[in-house]
Design a protein around this ligand. Structure first.
Ligand code: GUN
Length: 279
């Protein structure tokens, strides 16, 4: 039997902690504000954005949303970010990704003031993470660290294998595990003998973006397996990058999809918003 790590429950605990803190800040006259920008009407993005707004409402964070047309110019988007950078009521700015092709994502991310970059995507915050300075941490990897620690697992000295090297998950995940004194390997699509590399892991992070790719032969007996993937199958059910049923019993613990990493990402975004206001 494998233990199933309940990300939804851990996220709920974190949100309750934040709700109390936001109420106390309110008593001192401090409000927390998040601006959420969505460009176009991608259905998946709409769901993510709505979940973020719902979490804000629960905690007592004032969220303001900007729904821009899919053909909005880059200049208009940058002008909005500039306005929000100067708005004292706005502590955090989030631009939901991906953006339409005609917009330069990197330009948009770096236009956000690093002190309001609650996604932790700005190069300034990426650099801060890399050299171990305080800054905003990207929400998915930060949520995974919290989930591991709050479930009673330690990272120090453990073999950690991250499969995937995206700027949003893989790379910052590796940096965070290293900061926790893990022994870190980053594997990717060009990695040779991936099964061998993955099966070395005490902590395996699957963030490769391929449905049910990770089967039992990628997993060491007794490993902790974190599934970052989220895919909708033909039968409309959700699945992750890990073949849950196939590795169940071999891993010591697994995060489910849905109800694992996803809710933790939102909880960490809320943490970053509160941190931004605290500053
Ligand atoms: N798109 C997918 N994940 C994320 C995220 O964590 N933040 C933003 N802004 N966009 C995303």
């Amino acid at each position: 039997m494998s233990r199933i790590i309940d990300g939804k429950a851990i996220a709920a605990q974190i949100k309750d902690e934040l709700k109390k803190e936001v109420a106390q800040m309110g008593d001192r006259g401090i409000t927390v504000g998040l601006a959420v920008i969505q460009v176009g009407d991608d259905p998946a993005s709409t769901i993510y954005v709505n979940n973020k707004k719902k979490a804000c409402e629960y905690i007592g964070i004032h969220s303001v949303s900007y729904e821009l047309a899919g053909d909005v110019s880059q200049q208009e988007l940058l002008a909005l970010i500039d306005k929000l950078n100067h708005d004292e009521k706005v502590n955090g700015i989030l631009v939901q990704l991906p953006l339409p092709e005609h917009i330069d994502e990197e330009k948009v991310i770096t236009a956000i003031c690093p002190d309001k970059d609650v996604d932790g995507f700005h190069t300034e915050n990426v650099g801060r993470l890399t050299v171990g300075k305080d800054g905003f941490l990207p929400c998915t990897p930060a949520g995974i660290i919290q989930m591991i620690k709050r479930s009673g697992f330690s990272i120090e000295g453990k073999e950690c294998v991250v499969i995937g090297r995206s700027n949003i998950v893989g790379k910052p995940m590796a940096a965070l595990l290293l900061r926790e004194n893990g022994t870190v390997t980053v594997a990717h699509s060009k990695t040779e003998k991936l099964k061998e590399v993955a099966s070395r892991a005490d902590i395996l992070i699957a963030a490769l973006g391929k449905p049910k790719f990770i089967t039992a032969d990628y997993v060491k007996e007794g490993a902790l397996v974190i599934d970052v993937g989220i895919h909708r199958m033909q039968n409309q059910k959700m699945c992750g990058d890990v073949d849950f049923e196939n590795i169940y019993g071999k891993a010591a613990a697994i995060t489910p999809v849905p109800g694992g990493v996803g809710p933790m990402t939102i909880a960490m975004l809320m943490c970053n918003c509160v941190k931004a206001a605290r500053r």
